[in-house]
Design a protein around this ligand. Structure first.
Ligand code: FBP
Length: 572
């Protein structure tokens, strides 16, 4: 944990921002359970077999306490909180909301922060989160209040447990589950809040099941975090936190580059955007900034586009623009694109299986099928090397390390050379690659993320106060002003299906990829050709905390949930 020693003028002003509290969560709450049990997204029998104690619970809604239902107890609560996985703007406000809820309920309530992600829970590394500490982090970016790596405060020496989990964001082995249980028992925790993405919330479900099956009093609630925007559900999770802020930061940068390109008129900028598998970030940034070309991974998979199809598609736009004397432009591509190209997808699946079986990077190439071997050999050596890097703790390829923008610059340059030699291309092509990823994860949270996270924290506290376990906190109606947001909970198992991970079939929360039938993608399609030909660039500027743009909601949410009561971030 690092001390905030010096803050900027804007940071100081943001420390004073008080997110609105929805009327539902201002005082005591009652819980309304939906009448019907839930199922899972697929293979319900398999998931029920593995998670029998938490499977099938109904959705719940929180209401102000005047209505009938189960009253929250408001006896002292002992809650633990874990920040898990990649940073996303707003994490500190989830903790602030949780702290305020817990502290308001009873003066003897306690909030413990596990240091350095889930491994802090396994090791029993924690701090007590109190009012002066929270005051230093309200509305600030980052996860540094309790950190992302285990550094100090080690109360037990369990090096073997730490070694088992190379990175600090997974609790899965029997030893790790047992160690977490002992820590929760020793602290007599009533509840545990796991703030994380799809994989971390899968872990939250496993912990909830394990604790319940061992009659532990610690209940587990997850909070939907990830800039990727791929943790969402029509059952009540409209967006994950951090998506709004990250998209705004990237869009500001893309808008600036587009203006530069249009001024100097000599470069193509290939901009890869973070987001792991899903292309939500790229789609939102495209709607914000209107680049010439936007590749969407989910579309590439649906159209079964090969690397050569994509290269031709890019070259087509470049050649046509060159005919109009325009040898410049903006290309957006999602970091997960490469995984959606069918032949590369097959190759990655084979590599994953081979690596899960312990084959080292030097030999896997030889063990590939003939088809995948050909694709592997076709790729530039830098990309081959990046595909062989260590998998993340969940067995996924680390797509943020694969320089897809360079791959496509390489492929397009080669193809344009060929066309030039044939007289099919008379322009010039000079390209620059960019990757926007880490710069978007820890900015000062937008008003939307500040307010949303604060509401999520309070909601998570209320769900635990009602004795629920195996739920994800849900705050919905997000296109309305925060005073009209609704709070509730969604069973984690309702978001799950079975997937192959590290060579085994396991229950996991399914990533919500871009829906090609939904409004945001259709909006892109509507404008794509016009944006390819012209310079319709739009520069949204920096995140606004005050003034006319400060209450805006991102375009994806507006298009998915309809224009409600606030201005969209762009009128398309
Ligand atoms: P989460 O799913 O944990 O929120 O991670 C988001 C993310 O930023 C991805 O967009 C990116 O691919 C990955 O984390 C990068 O991970 P790392 O921080 O390990 O480089």
């Amino acid at each position: 944990m690092s001390e905030v020693v010096e803050v900027s003028t804007l940071q100081r002003a943001r420390l004073a921002h008080q997110p609105p509290v929805t009327p539902t969560l201002r005082g005591r709450t009652t819980l309304r359970r939906h009448a019907h049990p839930t199922s899972s997204l697929a293979q319900p029998e398999e998931i029920e077999k593995r998670l029998p104690h938490i499977f099938g619970q109904p959705r719940v809604e929180l209401e102000a306490a005047s209505t009938a239902g189960d009253d929250a107890s408001h006896s002292p609560l002992r809650i633990g909180v874990v920040l898990s996985g990649g940073q996303a703007a707003g994490g500190h406000n989830v903790i602030a909301g949780l702290f305020d809820y817990v502290a308001a309920g009873h003066p003897h309530s306690k909030l413990y922060g596990f240091i350095g992600g889930p491994i802090g829970l396994v090791k029993g590394d924690f701090i007590v989160i109190d009012a002066p500490l929270v005051a230093k982090y309200r509305n600030q970016g980052g996860f540094d209040i309790i950190g992302a790596i285990a550094l100090h405060h080690s109360r037990v020496d369990q090096k073997n447990l730490l070694a088992e989990s190379k990175r600090a964001d997974k609790i899965e082995t029997d030893k790790q589950l047992l160690a977490s249980r002992v820590v929760c028992e020793n602290l007599a925790l009533d509840g545990l809040v796991i703030i994380g993405g799809d994989d971390s919330n899968t872990n939250a479900a496993l912990l909830a099941e394990y604790f319940k099956s061992h009659h532990l009093k610690t209940n587990v609630v997850g909070v939907p975090k990830t800039i990727d925007g791929d943790l969402k559900s029509s059952l009540g999770v409209e967006v994950s936190f951090g998506f709004d802020t990250a998209c705004m930061i990237y869009s500001e940068l893309i808008g600036n580059i587009a203006t530069d390109a249009n001024s100097s008129r000599k470069y193509y900028h290939f901009i890869r955007l973070m987001g792991r598998s899903a292309s939500h970030i790229t789609l939102e940034c495209a709607l914000q900034t209107r680049p010439n070309i936007t590749l969407i991974g989910e579309e590439v998979a649906a159209r079964k586009q090969t690397l050569s199809d994509l290269t031709n598609e890019l070259c087509h736009v470049i050649v046509e623009r060159a005919k109009a004397g325009k040898n410049f432009g903006i290309v957006l591509l999602p970091e997960g694109l490469i995984e959606f190209v069918p032949e590369v997808h097959r190759l990655i699946s084979e590599l994953n299986e081979l690596m899960a079986k312990g084959n080292s990077a030097d030999v896997v190439g030889e063990k590939l099928t003939e088809e995948s071997r050909a694709v592997f050999d076709f790729l530039p050596s830098a990309i081959r090397h990046e595909l062989l890097l260590d998998r993340d703790p969940h067995g996924n390829v680390q797509v943020s390390k694969i320089e897809t923008e360079k791959l496509f610059i390489h492929l397009v340059t080669k193809e344009l050379k060929r066309r030039k030699a044939n007289g099919q291309f008379k322009g010039s092509f000079s390209a620059m690659g960019h990757f926007f990823g880490y710069e978007g994860r820890c900015g000062l949270p937008s008003n939307f993320d500040s307010n949303y996270c604060y509401a999520l924290g309070r909601t998570a506290g209320a769900l635990l106060d009602h004795g629920l376990t195996g739920y994800m906190a849900s705050v919905s109606n997000l296109t309305a002003p925060p005073e009209q947001w609704k709070s509730g909970g969604l069973p984690l198992t309702a978001l799950m299906n079975m997937e192959r991970r590290k060579g085994k079939n396991v229950p996991v929360i399914r990533k919500a990829l871009v829906d090609l039938d939904a409004a945001p993608y259709k909006e892109l399609l509507r404008h794509r050709e016009k944006w390819a030909r012209g310079e319709h660039y739009r520069n949204p500027g920096p995140i606004q905390f005050y003034g006319p743009a400060s209450g805006e909601v991102n375009i994806t949410l507006q298009l998915e949930f309809g224009q409600a009561h606030r201005h969209p971030k762009a009128a398309l």
